[in-house]
Design a protein around this ligand. Structure first.
Ligand SMILES: Nc1ncnc2c1ncn2[C@@H]1O[C@H](COP(=O)(O)OP(=O)(O)OP(=O)(O)O)[C@@H](O)[C@H]1O
Ligand SMILES: [Mg+2]
Length: 188
């Protein structure tokens, strides 16, 4: 599963090829937008996309944190038009992102429903791997695991693993190159 900025992609890969896959135009950027809208609606405060992304990285979680976290943010009060500081909590940000997060979880379920039983049994054993920046949302691995009953792992350095995998493929093109051929066939 790769949760990027613009898209979330889920695929079951076996013998170097994609067996089932789903893609959704809900990922990191949409979560930033959810945070902007929530803070406008609930706190009457306008913030920019960069602030929203910082809030997501600092407080964003898919399930409650062991100890609630909070941060002070600055925006523009929509009634006075003046700058204003407020404190926001991880619980509020979890609420802000809830709907999009559930859409993300749903495509994992949809993909598993279409997975042949033998492969589903393998996933049950080996688990689902999360990559892309969205994999770093706190407790998203836990939530996906709870909702699917599968073990879920976050890849090492999830922001870089796609490019490092491409690099490894190029370094060992004779052995790994066939995944590129399979990927091309799958797109046809
Ligand atoms: N620690 C973090 N916690 C939550 N989200 C994060 C974190 N670090 C980065 N992100 C988010 O991850 C997203 C970028 O991830 P990534 O680099 O995998 O996307 P991309 O490959 O550029 O996008 P796409 O795959 O959609 O084309 C951004 O939305 C960014 O805000
Ligand atoms: Mg990407």
């Amino acid at each position: 599963m790769d949760i990027g900025g613009g898209t979330t992609e889920v695929a079951v890969i076996s013998l170097g090829g994609i067996v089932v896959s789903h893609s959704l135009r809900v990922a990191g950027d949409e979560l930033d937008e959810d945070i902007v809208n929530y803070i406008k609606r609930e706190m009457n405060l306008a913030i920019g996309d960069t602030t929203a992304e910082q809030i997501k990285i600092g407080l964003g979680c898919a399930m409650p944190l062991m100890t609630e976290a909070s941060m002070e943010i600055r925006g523009r009060d929509l009634s006075t038009g003046l700058p204003k500081n407020i404190t926001i909590t991880s619980t509020q940000i979890e609420e802000a992102m809830k709907e999009s997060i559930s859409k993300i979880v749903d495509i994992v379920k949809m993909t598993l429903e279409k997975t042949p039983p033998e492969l589903a049994a393998d996933i049950m054993e080996k688990g689902i791997v999360l990559a892309g920046g969205g994999a770093l949302i706190k407790n998203l691995d836990k939530l996906i695991s709870k909702e699917t009953g599968m073990p879920v792992y976050v890849a090492d350095e999830p922001l870089d693993c796609v490019v490092r995998g491409a690099g490894k493929t190029l370094e060992d093109i004779e052995r790994l190159g066939r995944v590129l051929v399979n990927a091309r066939n799958n797109r046809r």
